[in-house]
Design a protein around this ligand. Structure first.
Ligand code: ADP
Ligand code: MG
Length: 355
């Protein structure tokens, strides 16, 4: 129906704005979990346990043994842009930890029921607090919203319940619990391979079996064996490339020409953050195409460390793709190294069969 004149413009309620922003960052439970895992790793944890109910919609719980959160910081913990990892804009260019925007917990508190239990080394007890819309709220009506003392070990437990309870459109878009759970296992598995020195577990509530379970002492190959099986773990080549001028170092474990599967597995980390890169995926696939039967694919775990000032960190958190300077040259050096390694194994094999 046509209007006779323009409607008046009004500012949206701040809580509505925050809810929209949160729903853009966290589209599925796995996105919340990835942020929580990164926080636990940032906190120096050597043990990270994940518990999931209903694909993460009903419950997403992560327990770590990291340095914990000071009780005095619990009031502002879930406000937007509160972080212990960044003081000034310049810090963005030298940031070593994963998080840097202070938005993850705030976002989660706008679209779920969030409970935080945490204990630092110096505190005599653990503290528990419940959050909604960025603020402390009473755990039961009529009670105080202040953090409560509880028994607990050093570290932090984050409990996310009823994700999207107040975002009906997101809830409707939700496919199936098993599908979301498999995405959760995928992301836990990625960090479990990458984070040496950290034990990981992930299971569904009520299950006796772990979906993922690695010990803190396991090597990278041991972690790959544990999560992806012996068939691939027995056929890995280790990889190392670096270039001072381009400001990067890459290490990895990639399958040799004996191994191939229907779908490529690419575990890609840039500065210890699990990311996606279409360029790297395509280039690696093209490299293997020369060595593998048509239509078959490799397993590739690749960890690239790039001098922080060369990475475009100021991307929106919904962008799972990262960009970095000298991308083409760096990817070329990495795929060249893979090609060399695959060719070397190939020649030694044909040499062996000749003699
Ligand atoms: P960011 O990670 O970008 O700083 P978050 O919203 O993810 O923002 O977390 C806010 C702050 O809460 C962090 O900077 C950190 O100080 C604290 N924090 C969050 N999770 C943990 C954890 N598992 N252990 C210790 N501190 C944590
Ligand atoms: Mg974070």
């Amino acid at each position: 129906e046509a209007l006779s004149g323009p409607r008046r413009i009004k500012a949206l309620d701040q809580n509505v704005v925050n809810k929209i922003a949160a729903g853009e960052i966290i589209v599925a439970p796995v996105h919340a979990l990835k942020e929580l895992i990164e926080n636990s790793v940032d906190a120096g944890s050597t043990s990270i346990d994940v518990l999931v109910k209903d694909g993460g919609l009903k419950l997403l719980q992560i327990t770590d043994n990291g340095h914990g959160i000071n009780k005095d910081d619990m009031t502002i913990l879930c406000e937007r842009f509160t972080t212990s990892k960044l003081q000034q804009f310049e810090d963005l260019t030298s940031i070593g930890t994963y998080g840097f925007r202070g938005e993850a917990l705030a976002s989660i508190s706008h679209i779920a029921h969030l409970t935080v239990t945490t204990k630092t080394k110096d505190s005599s007890c653990a503290w528990r607090a419940v959050y909604s819309d960025g603020k402390l709220v009473p755990s039961k009506p009529g009670m105080s919203a202040d953090p409560k003392p509880v028994a607990g070990k050093q570290g932090t437990q984050i409990t996310v319940e009823d994700l999207f309870y107040n975002v009906p459109s997101r809830r409707r878009a939700f496919r199936s619990a098993p599908e979301e759970y498999s995405k959760i296992l995928d992301v836990v598995g990625r960090y479990a391979v990458h984070c040496e020195g950290v034990s990981f577990s992930c299971k569904k509530h009520g299950d006796a079996d772990m979906g993922v379970s690695t010990t803190s002492s396991a090597s990278i190959i041991g972690r790959i064996r544990n999560i992806h099986g012996s068939a691939v773990a027995n056929e890995l080549l280790s990889l190392e490339v670096n270039d001072k001028h381009l400001g990067f170092k890459a290490t990895g474990m990639v399958s040799n020409a004996n191994y191939n599967v229907k779908k490529m597995t690419l575990l890609l980390f840039i500065n210890h953050r699990s990311v996606e890169s279409t360029l790297i995926k395509k280039s690696v696939e093209a490299t293997y195409a020369m060595f593998l039967p048509k239509g078959s694919h490799p397993f590739v775990y690749l960890s690239i460390e790039i001098e922080p000032h060369l990475v475009d960190v100021n991307v929106h958190p919904t962008k799972r793709e990262v960009n970095f300077l000298h991308e083409d040259e760096i990817v070329e050096l990495i795929t060249e190294k893979i090609r060399e390694q695959l060719a070397a194994v190939d020649t030694s094999r044909s040499f062996l069969t000749q003699t």
